[in-house]
Design a protein around this ligand. Structure first.
Ligand SMILES: [Cu+2]
Length: 265
């Protein structure tokens, strides 16, 4: 398998990005089931075609036979195959997905240890905001690290709320198997949890303009202490000497863009 990986980089089922998340395995299971069942059915269809080409070749059957077939039998076979595909693919994937949504992705964590982050992508960068010491977004002590830099603590539930500065973007965390759109005019939310520390990347998964490819972000997953130290090392958004900068935009980098945290039901 390793030999294949060298020649076929980027093919998901041969070489998926490392899953470091609590719930990413759920997505992998759905993908693997889908891959398995469509490969199986494709194999059966190809085998059937080869069989019929061999069985009814022109040497064995030099004279064409005009045959209206058996309408009823064909109807039964067609309906049976349709139902087989519907129940073994669509229904299974649908029920796996809804179970995952209910148990994990829509089941937002609550409590004191949850880390809350607001992210506002723009063409073509990621603006990231932590609430600061008062734990309230949109206040002077908010922490806004340099664009495209995201830090999170390990083994801690992270809730991200997203909206966009301009067009639709999508926050894609390959190592968490997670994507969430950032849509104009609304706040969307996602949550995830890392099981391992390390340096990873995130990206925009929605074609958002001619430099969409540049929307790469850097994710650091670290221990709670390292995370707290990193937060403490960042300047609050409003320091004493730029108090009256509210609303100013410096080289296209928006400032003071926070929104009131949306309580999730
Ligand atoms: Cu984008």
């Amino acid at each position: 398998m390793d030999k294949f990986k060298k020649f076929l980089p980027g093919i998901w089922f041969l070489d998926p990005p490392k899953d470091i998340s609590l719930d990413g395995y759920r997505i992998d299971n759905v993908i693997q089931y889908t891959d398995f069942v469509i490969t199986l059915y494709f194999g059966i269809v190809v085998a059937a075609i080869i069989f019929f080409v061999w069985r009814y070749n022109s040497r064995k059957h030099p004279h064409a036979v005009h045959d209206h077939g058996n309408q009823k039998k064909h109807l039964y076979v067609t309906v049976a195959m349709g139902l087989l595909v519907f129940f073994s693919i669509d229904v299974v994937i649908e029920s796996m997905s809804f179970k995952d949504l209910k148990e994990a992705f829509w089941n937002f964590p609550k409590g004191k240890d949850v880390v809350r982050i607001e992210i506002m992508p723009q063409q073509y960068a990621w603006n990231i905001r932590y609430p600061g010491e008062d734990d309230v977004f949109g206040t002077d002590d908010d922490i806004v690290p340099p664009q495209n830099i995201l830090h999170i603590p390990v083994n801690t539930p992270i809730v991200v709320q997203l909206t966009t500065y301009d067009v639709i973007h999508s926050l894609y965390l390959p190592n968490f198997r997670y994507k969430q759109d950032a849509t104009p005019g609304m706040v969307t939310a996602m949550w995830f949890q890392a099981k391992e520390t390390g340096n990873f990347e995130f990206a925009c998964a929605e074609l958002c303009g001619n430099s969409h490819f540049k929307m790469k972000g850097y994710l650091t997953v670290e221990s709670k202490d390292e995370f707290d130290n990193w937060i403490a090392s960042q300047e609050p958004e409003v320091s004493e000497d730029d108090e009256d900068d509210w609303g100013d935009e410096d080289e296209g980098v928006p400032t003071k863009w926070a929104w009131q945290w949306k309580e999730l039901k």
